[in-house]
Structures are given as C-alpha cells and as structure tokens.
Write a protein that binds this ligand. Structure first.
Ligand SMILES: Cc1cc2nc3c(=O)[nH]c(=O)nc-3n(C[C@H](O)[C@H](O)[C@H](O)COP(=O)(O)O)c2cc1C
Length: 398
C-alpha cells in the first residue's frame, strides 16, 4: 500500500517527507525531485520567502544506486530560514524573550481555531504547521509518485486556468502542458500568452492595493488506463479520492472533476461523452486512448465515470480562495488584551495559484500511484510492468 506523510514546520530546521509502499527498481534521483521543488517555488505573485529558499531534497533511505529498494523512502528538505529562527523556535526550552508570538489571529488562517483547539495563548505554533510551506514535502513525495507513474507511462501536469477574473481563453492540449513544464522561467504557468498577460494584470492590481487574489489550477493526468478505482464502495471511488487529495491543499475551497460545475447548469444531452468504436479505423474528431478501440466524442467527465478511470485524460481543478495574509491587514482581536487590532502580518504571497497547481500535481500523482499499485501490485518494477502489460493486453483483446 502506497502511503506518505510529512513532518516539519515553516520556520523549523527542516521538512521531512516519508513515502512507503513502492516496488523495488523505480528510478529515483534527487535531481528529479529538486526540479519539482523548484517548480513549486516559481510563479508571479510569490512573496519574499521564495528568494531565500532554494529547496533541495536529500534522500536518506529507501533508494540505493538510483533506484528504490522496496523500503520506505525518507527525504529531508532543510529550511534555509532556520538560521533566523533557531533562537525563537528552539526544540529545547530556550529563552522566552526570543519568542516571536503571533499576537492577533489572521482571518482565513487556522490561527484562532488552532489556538482554541490546542489551548495555546497565541498562534505561533499554529501558523508554523498550518502554513503551506508543508506542501514542499508533499511535492517531494509527489515527485517520487510521478516516477512510479512514469514506469506505467502515465504523466501528470498542471496549468493555471484562472486568476481573479482573468480566465484562460482557449483549450490547451497535453503537449502544451509538457512544453510549459519544461520551461526554465515560470510566470503564471499559463500556456496562452494573452491570457497570461490578463492574469498578470490581476496580480499587479492587487499588489498595488495591498490585497491578494485567488484562481483556479487544472491538473491533467495522461495515459491513465481505464479501470483504476471502483464504484463498489463509496470510499474506493477514484473521483472521491482525488477530490479529497486536492481539497487538502491549503486555500483550495472547491474541487471540480471535468466539467462538473458547468454540468450542473447543462442538459443531459450536452453533458455526456458519446461512445463510438474505431475498429482499427482513423477516429478523426473523436477522443481515443491508447488502450482500446472505444472512442469518446468529448471529455466532459474528466476521465472518470462511476468512480473509475475511463481511459480519457483525468482532469481535476482546484479553486483557490485569495491568500488570507494581507499587507493591509483585516480586523482581529489581540489574544492577550481582547482589544480590537489589525491581524498579524508576516511576509506573504499575493497569488499562489501556479505553485498550488504544482502541489495539485503531486497530490493527484500520489493518489493515482496508490490506485495503480493497488490494481497492478508487484514488489518489483519487473513484476509491476508484467501485471500492467497483461492488463493492457486484456483491454486490447476485449
Ligand atoms: C503554494 C501555497 C502558498 C501559499 N502561500 C501563502 C502565503 O504566502 N500567505 C498566506 O497567507 N497564505 C498562503 N497560502 C494559503 C494558506 O496556507 C491557507 O489559506 C491557510 O493555511 C488556511 O487554510 P485554508 O485556506 O485551507 O482554510 C498558500 C497556499 C498554497 C497552496
């Protein structure tokens, strides 16, 4: 069973990412993981922290001579900012004078609910773990999951389709997402230049006003075979697992699969993807996976029907609320005096949609890798591939 968990705080010494359940023989390099970490750190509208951090994942266990060995993989990502915080956030008792309390909870953050829950007098420890810095460790685990998927020829990529009121104006194919992911300069991770210009203008406008902006990222998984997940039990549905995984990303407040939102206002005749059969012929104008001769007229379903992958690209969107920390802070209450004050401000992003998209890729990759390993099993790459190819043959001769 593929499982992962993360540990670490925003201004602690390091983040830790632990992933287990991989077969032996999967190619895993620090370079691959660091590339994903770099992608998470990019994006127009990110705060000052990204200038300090240049994340690097050090693999501590589970990989030898460049391949997984079947045991848990532990990775360590140091926080470069730790040098500025080791006196105020020591593991030992330390000097209380050096402590940096968060004296007034920020609306939209876990600050107040967390302080009440953990019975703490202020919100420093809450912020430290609730912060999206934690997503760095998820992206490291996701990079490993992507390597498992690569062994099955499955790719997972993302792009930004909306920032504030500026929406992507045209359809974007998977090849364009590959080109975007290969770029060494990331602005808003949007494939269409004109749309990206409008998105950038939205960020510039809020930046001028001390405000923030949200948006929508889209994750696309390509070459997923039909048959991952099942309707057999509610908690085994792949759509439900993907929704939970993407909803767990900080600031994501809605998740959409395929044209889910549009579907609610469409008629049934327009919202489904009609089925055809190519039978060895050219299926021009129809969607066709590499797995079967069945074709689809479109992909409103986002690659999932009845909680099962159907062979079309899986399309999952994460809708982000605007960042909660504002340079012009909102009203709050001082924890100690209970007097009205402005909410605490700490260096912050004004738009995190491109970075959240990379985190979305990681969460989708982890969910799909778990589903694929559940279906195909195998303790080694050879066994996994053999099971996968046997299933592909079954689909071909269906
Ligand atoms: C990649 C990424 C970066 C983020 N950066 C910030 C930030 O700099 N400042 C901030 O206030 N919130 C930021 N957030 C959002 C907060 O972490 C999130 O809103 C907060 O933890 C409360 O959780 P909730 O919005 O899911 O309820 C970021 C989210 C993501 C996904």
């Amino acid at each position: 069973m593929l499982r992962f968990f993360t540990a670490g705080e925003s201004h602690g010494e390091a983040l830790v990412s632990n992933i287990s359940g991989l077969p032996a023989g999967i190619v895993i390099t620090e370079t691959c993981i660091d590339r994903e970490l770099w992608r998470r750190q990019q994006g127009f509208g990110r705060g000052g922290r990204m200038k300090i951090e240049r994340d690097h994942a050090r693999i501590l266990s589970g990989v030898r001579h460049g391949r997984s060995i079947g045991s848990p993989i532990a990775m360590l990502i140091e926080n470069r900012d730790w040098q500025n915080w080791n006196e105020s956030l020591p593991v030992g008792e330390g000097d209380p004078e050096k402590h940096k309390p968060v004296k007034s909870p920020r609306p939209g953050h876990a600050d107040l609910a967390g302080a009440l829950k953990y019975n703490l007098p202020e919100a420093r420890y809450i912020l430290e773990r609730a912060s999206a810095r934690e997503t760095t460790a998820r992206v490291a685990a996701g990079a490993v999951a992507k390597q498992v998927l690569a062994a099955l020829d499955i790719e997972v990529l993302s792009h930004v389709i909306q920032v504030g009121g500026a929406r992507l104006s045209r359809p974007v194919g998977f090849e364009e997402l590959r080109t975007l992911a290969a770029k060494n300069e990331v602005l808003l991770n949007c494939a269409d230049e004109e749309s990206e210009r409008r998105m950038k203008a939205e960020v510039d406008a809020v930046l001028r006003n001390g405000d923030t902006v949200g948006g929508v990222f889209e994750v696309v998984a390509h070459n997923v075979p039909p048959g991952l997940g099942t309707y057999a039990n509610w908690d085994e549905r792949l759509d439900a697992k993907l929704a939970a995984a993407v909803m767990s990303i900080q600031a994501v407040k809605a998740v959409e699969i395929g044209d889910g939102v549009l579907g609610a206002t469409s008629h049934g005749s327009a919202a489904q993807d009609e089925i055809g059969y190519a039978g060895g012929e050219d299926a021009a104008g129809k969607l066709r996976s590499k797995f079967t001769e069945f074709t689809r007229a479109g992909n409103h379903a986002g690659g999932l029907e009845g909680g099962i992958s159907n062979g079309c690209d899986i399309v999952v969107r994460g809708h982000l609320k605007p960042i909660s920390t504002l340079r012009r802070p909102l009203g709050s209450i001082d924890f100690a005096t209970r007097e009205p004050v402005k909410a605490a401000y700490e260096r912050s992003d004004v738009c995190a949609v491109p970075a959240a998209g990379v985190v979305g890729e990681a969460m989708v990759a982890l969910t799909l890798a778990a589903a694929a390993l559940e279906k195909f099993g195998g303790d080694s790459l050879v066994e996994l591939r053999r099971n996968y190819e046997g299933y592909c043959e079954q689909l071909r001769t269906y």
